[in-house]
Design a protein around this ligand. Structure first.
Ligand SMILES: Cc1cc2nc3c(=O)[nH]c(=O)nc-3n(C[C@H](O)[C@H](O)[C@H](O)COP(=O)(O)OP(=O)(O)OC[C@H]3O[C@@H](n4cnc5c(N)ncnc54)[C@H](O)[C@@H]3O)c2cc1C
Length: 467
């Protein structure tokens, strides 16, 4: 038994129970309320540091459920959030009060090995997607932690090991089915609703609920992955080496990064982790300087592996349920000033669960025009992600302060931010994240969501609405 809590609209008025019951009868999936079996499971997101309690969660199992959920939210002026894979660092899959449209049951990946395409439901994770595509020796650019949702990641841009050869995830999106704010079901692709298709590729969940996504696939066989590690006394040397080394690399080195992490036995180390997508012999030759040009490594497990192994090698480092807070941004170079700041702050990480990564983006990623799709960051650049992660919530203030202090010193060197790496409370950086494409995103928002029904996201504000 549970007591039904009131559902309030955006004006703070109670939505009549009869309308909620009517909504419930229109769903094939469950309508969950606080206290019901399944509610806490559906409310779970990757980042435990963000706690929100929706008044209703519609566990959608088909497009009709999504249409009915959107119609209920719009007609009753109820706050609405969209949960794809639940990995948003800012916790944007959930809302406090209001209705969460939970898409995690929209599974299914259908691969066409001849056309080299795949269509996937909006609740699919990268682990599920890769598994089906790899059956045919195929893949597309996707996130490097397998529990991340394909939806939120692709709609925000999509960074992954294949970006040097094939660009971002959104560059590989061929078509998307969308339920818009007025409850219409549309397909957006190069021929239909082109403005919407442009905006979906980098503009996030601002324009509707995407129910399925179709991707271009590419042949991807065995790859080189793993990492090489040194004691953190070598941090400056490692970053200095990488700054020069990265400039020489071909597209096959999709991404290369360095990171300070802590080993299970509590030892802080600095690692270089490359992903090479091409002939293994050639990759071994190209990446050999990592082993040779810096001091003798502490660990070296750089090795050939399957693409699925590469795509899951970081899962254990980023499990669900920890407290997390990120600060992130792009820098052009790992300058001496950057390296010194990085070294100083990574020497004082308050939690052994934190990871501080710099990654180099290049190749096909840079060959798209900055306005080709909504994702705007196309220059060769390093992305810094200060990933503060801890277990005990009494340590939140300390860890968040550390990440902010670190970022405050880096910020003057930084020129932009990836929308999907932002934390809660960074509204002042949203325009920077969308860059020069922001005004065009506003015009698409005005057309498809003028009342800002979809506002629980890195929000593009319509100019015609009060929000
Ligand atoms: C451990 C970890 C690793 C990561 N690794 C990568 C990486 O390798 N590459 C990378 O690019 N990013 C990465 N990210 C960032 C990731 O892209 C974002 O967290 C992204 O939002 C996750 O998508 P999701 O569907 O799981 O998120 P959710 O929390 O479910 O949703 C996030 C936002 O996306 C929108 N959204 C989600 N689904 C839909 C939909 N179907 N229709 C409309 N809007 C929707 C929602 O508006 C919501 O605001 C990582 C994040 C974490 C926590």
């Amino acid at each position: 038994m549970f007591a039904e809590t009131s559902v309030l609209n955006l004006e703070g008025q109670r939505v009549p129970e009869s309308l909620i019951q009517d909504f419930k009868t229109r769903l094939r999936g469950r309508l969950l309320r606080p206290g019901m079996d399944g509610y806490e499971d559906s409310r779970r997101i990757w980042n435990s540091n963000v706690v929100k309690r929706p008044s209703l969660i519609a566990r959608c199992i088909g497009v009709a459920d999504v249409v009915n959920s959107v119609n209920f939210a719009r007609r009753n002026n109820v706050l609405v959030s969209i949960k794809g894979g639940g990995h948003s660092i800012a916790g944007l899959g959930l809302c406090d009060g209001g209705l969460t449209i939970d898409l995690t049951s929209l599974k299914g990946v259908s691969v066409d090995p001849v056309e080299k395409t795949a269509r996937a439901g909006a609740g699919v994770t990268w682990g599920e997607f890769d598994h089906e595509a790899q059956l045919h020796g195929l893949a597309t650019t996707g996130g490097e932690v397998s529990t991340t949702g394909i939806s939120g990641l692709t709609l925000g841009g999509g960074i992954g090991w294949l970006l040097g050869k094939f660009g971002t995830s959104c560059d590989n999106l061929i078509s998307a089915d969308v339920v818009t704010a007025d409850g219409d079901f549309l397909t957006a692709n190069a021929d239909q609703n082109k403005d919407l298709f442009w905006a979906l590729r980098g503009g996030g969940g601002n324009f509707g609920v995407v129910t399925s996504l179709m991707y271009k696939l590419h042949p991807v066989g065995r790859v080189l992955g793993g990492f090489v590690a040194w004691p953190t006394a070598k941090t400056s040397e490692v970053l200095g080496f990488l700054q020069d080394f990265a400039q020489e690399l071909p597209d096959e080195v999709g991404k290369i990064g360095a990171e300070v992490i802590t080993t299970r036995d509590g030892k802080p180390i600095v690692i270089i982790r490359p992903g090479y997508i091409g002939p293994i012999d050639e990759g071994e030759r190209l990446l050999a300087p990592i082993r040779r040009r810096i001091a003798k490594p502490l660990y070296d497990n750089m090795r050939p592996m399957t693409y699925e192994a590469l795509q899951t090698q970081r899962d254990a480092y980023w499990p669900w349920g920890k407290q997390n807070y990120f600060k992130s941004g792009f820098v052009d170079d790992l300058s001496d000033g950057f390296i010194e700041t990085y070294r100083a702050h990574t020497e004082n990480v308050p939690s052994p669960h934190s990871q501080i990564a710099v990654e180099y983006y290049h190749g096909a990623y840079c060959r798209a025009r900055t306005d080709e799709v909504a994702y705007p960051h196309r220059q060769k650049a390093w992305s810094l992600a200060i990933g503060a992660s801890w277990v005990d919530s009494s340590q939140s203030e300390r860890n968040i302060r550390w990440a902010r202090d670190f970022w405050r010193e880096i910020e003057p060197l930084s020129g932009g931010v990836y929308v999907n790496f932002m934390s809660e409370g960074e509204d002042d950086r949203i325009r920077i994240a969308y860059g020069k494409n922001y005004p065009r995103l506003v015009s698409v928002k005005n057309k498809y969501d003028p009342t800002n029904l979809f506002r629980v996201n890195e929000n593009v504000k319509p100019t015609v609405a009060s929000s």
